[in-house]
Ligand binder design. Structure first.
Ligand SMILES: Cc1cc2nc3c(=O)[nH]c(=O)nc-3n(C[C@H](O)[C@H](O)[C@H](O)COP(=O)(O)O)c2cc1C
Length: 201
């Protein structure tokens, strides 16, 4: 899992994608970041950022935000990017957070943007595609799309923090969801205290 593609869409909870990116960089992974346009807008709104709509400027901003140089920020309109091809697919892709719109478009195999095409490539190449959906309540359409994606090989990790590890802060809740994603990627972490049986309480 050296190269991970992280896509941030317009669902609430872009903080999960930011934290996941930071954790993967921290453990030495190479990260390609991909934002849908609603994803960029919601991320700016929820995190007090001002990441540009211009891909080149956004690349500079993203590198400055995360500091290390192992990150690049892709242009969702660039279907010529390497990750759009099965011959150059990343080791894993995580859509975090995943809007219901993106879930529906991936489930339908539309491949109209780099994000959708990359997800389609992961499924056809049988490579790990992790989705962190966030919506509530879920309609039958949402549920059927997520079921279709799971049947196609995606791992669905809903942004549903638990409370058995006694979270104290917002950061603890974010860390739990990010830790569950890292578990699926096989990345060791100590983002939350694991359940050790009732006797430990
Ligand atoms: C502040 C804000 C929060 C949103 N939260 C969600 C959400 O949690 N889940 C969701 O599916 N859509 C949410 N949306 C709607 C999506 O942004 C919208 O459907 C968008 O078209 C998704 O596009 P994308 O899938 O290309 O990112 C939200 C929109 C805004 C403005």
């Amino acid at each position: 899992m050296n190269h991970v593609l992280i896509a941030i869409t317009g669902a609430s909870g872009s903080i999960y994608g930011l934290r996941l990116t930071a954790e993967l960089l921290r453990v030495g992974r190479r990260v390609s970041l991909l934002l849908s346009e609603p994803g960029r807008q919601v991320l700016n709104f929820e995190n007090g950022l001002a990441w540009s709509a211009d891909p080149a400027e956004r690349q500079r901003q993203v590198r400055a935000y995360f500091a290390p140089e192992r990150i690049d920020c892709l242009d969702n309109a660039d279907l010529f990017a390497a990750v759009a091809s099965g011959s150059s697919a990343p080791d894993a892709m995580v859509v975090c957070p995943c809007s219901m719109g993106t879930a529906g478009r991936i489930a339908a195999g539309l491949s109209g943007t780099l994000l959708e095409r990359s997800a389609d490539v992961m499924l056809k190449e049988r490579r790990p595609l992790l989705l962190v959906p966030r919506e509530t309540p879920l309609s039958i359409i949402h549920l059927e799309n997520l079921l279709r994606l799971a049947r196609a090989g995606a791992v669905v990790i809903p942004a549903m923090p638990a409370f058995y590890h006694a979270p104290q802060t917002l950061d603890d809740l974010v860390a739990f969801v990010v830790g569950k994603v890292l578990d699926q990627l096989g990345v060791a972490h100590e983002l939350f205290r694991r359940w050790g049986g009732k006797e430990e309480c």
